[in-house]
Design a protein around this ligand. Structure first.
Ligand SMILES: [Zn+2]
Length: 185
């Protein structure tokens, strides 16, 4: 069974995925057999390469050229260690939230985790999480009833950390659920 991917771990995962593109339906027109690799998606890089453009994902084209019957639209398959439309990385957001769960102040946890952005970005990300964490929580604990005195966002974060026991739970969430971390859809 071939399934569409929105997130991959790295370039080699994309390479092997893209060999199956001819079996995968277009997310727009549902047609099978027309998807092609269509270059890369660039943006700002990770900690070492803040000022450089790096590959953040790949573009896939539903071909309507020649005798192809596609719709002509493109979609993107993203590297899971990046957050869509954010320069801050998944690993940094994970560290930031982990610090909050450990009881650090927002400022302290932010500056311990993220070097290149001011704390306003941290506040914005924490606010953003309040719009999406219930969606995430329902995905994590389908049947569980949570009663806790803790800050509700931290309860959700605790769940993410215990499901993905890695140094980058936000990346792993995106890979596992094939969804943007900050998406309420
Ligand atoms: Zn299409």
């Amino acid at each position: 069974m071939f399934e569409i991917k929105w997130y991959v771990e790295d370039e080699s995962a994309y390479d092997s995925y893209s060999r199956d593109l001819k079996h995968i339906g277009c997310p727009f027109c549902r047609g099978i057999g027309n998807l092609n690799r269509h270059g890369v998606l660039k943006g700002f890089g990770d900690e070492q390469k803040r000022q450089e453009e790096v590959v953040r994902g790949f573009r896939v084209f539903c071909s309507n050229r020649g005798n192809r019957q596609g719709c002509g639209k493109t979609h993107s398959v993203l590297l899971a260690k990046y957050l869509y439309r954010h320069s801050v990385q998944t690993r940094e957001v994970g560290l930031f939230f982990k610090g909050l769960l450990e009881g650090k102040s927002l400022e302290r946890s932010w500056y311990d985790s993220v070097r290149f952005f001011c704390v306003e970005t941290g506040r914005a990300i924490w606010r953003k999480f309040s719009r999406t964490h219930l969606t995430i929580r329902s995905r994590l604990f389908k049947k569980q009833n949570i009663s806790s005195q803790k800050e509700p966002r931290l309860v959700t974060w605790e769940g993410i950390q215990s499901l993905f026991k890695s140094n980058d739970p936000v990346r792993d969430y995106q890979l596992y659920f094939q969804r943007a971390f900050f998406s309420s859809g």
